[in-house]
Design a protein around this ligand. Structure first.
Ligand code: M6P
Ligand code: ZN
Length: 202
């Protein structure tokens, strides 16, 4: 059987398979998909995330730090399924610390994830269960495998929006508490115009 796929048209699909049509712009990471989910995080929602609380208090809490969009081809919590999404982090700093995602570990801890950078420059900060922290440079084309049990966060170290695509298991979930309590063990700060990865005590 020949299967012809042309975004929106599948010929010969089995009638018991729900036709899931989606399209990615591989240059920007933008996504078209059925029932696309979106969310945005503003500075006001990221109080404990940045270390310079004084600078954070002087900034507009309505400032959008990052947006996320994702497709759930199966319901959240489904074992064996996958989600696909993208994230755009604005350029900026709170004090000397770059704008970044909240960061999380997966609620089902052994679930892994892929991140792939499409636009901009950044750092993926990772921390394993033993407390070791490290970072991987993100730039267009860089592909990052995040093993299970490893907490992860993305930092925009450039002066344009940083965009990356992501693929993660539909039952992975997000554990934000662990990052709120323990942090990532490292921060990425601007020192003399350069992005510097610095270990912290937490
Ligand atoms: C990526 C994925 C999402 C995640 C998003 C923002 O797109 O890992 O699952 O929600 O980044 O990260 P956070 O949830 O830490 O705010
Ligand atoms: Zn994740």
């Amino acid at each position: 059987m020949v299967l012809l796929i042309d975004f929106g048209t599948i010929v010969g699909y089995p009638t018991d398979v729900h036709p899931n049509f989606a399209a990615v712009d591989w240059v920007t990471g933008s996504l078209q998909a059925p029932n696309l989910h979106t969310s945005e995080k503003k500075l006001g929602q990221l109080r404990t995330v940045f270390h310079d609380q004084r600078s954070w208090e002087t900034m507009d809490p309505e400032t959008v730090v990052y947006r996320v969009w994702w497709w759930e081809p199966v319901p959240a919590g489904t074992e064996g399924g996958l989600f696909w999404g993208g994230t755009e982090i604005q350029p900026g700093c709170v004090g000397d610390e770059y704008f970044m995602t909240h960061g999380h570990r997966h609620a089902i801890v052994n679930r892994a994830e892929f991140y792939g950078t499409t636009v901009g420059q950044g750092m993926l900060v990772l921390r394993d269960e033993s407390g070791r922290a490290w970072a991987e440079k993100m730039k267009p084309g860089s592909l990052h495998y995040i093993p299970g049990r490893v907490a992860h966060r993305v930092v925009n170290t450039g002066n344009i929006p940083l965009r990356f695509v992501a693929c993660w298991p539909s039952d992975a979930g997000h554990d934000y508490e662990i990052v709120r309590e323990r942090g990532l063990g490292a921060r990425v700060c601007q020192r003399d115009g350069q992005a510097v990865f610095e270990m912290t005590q937490d």
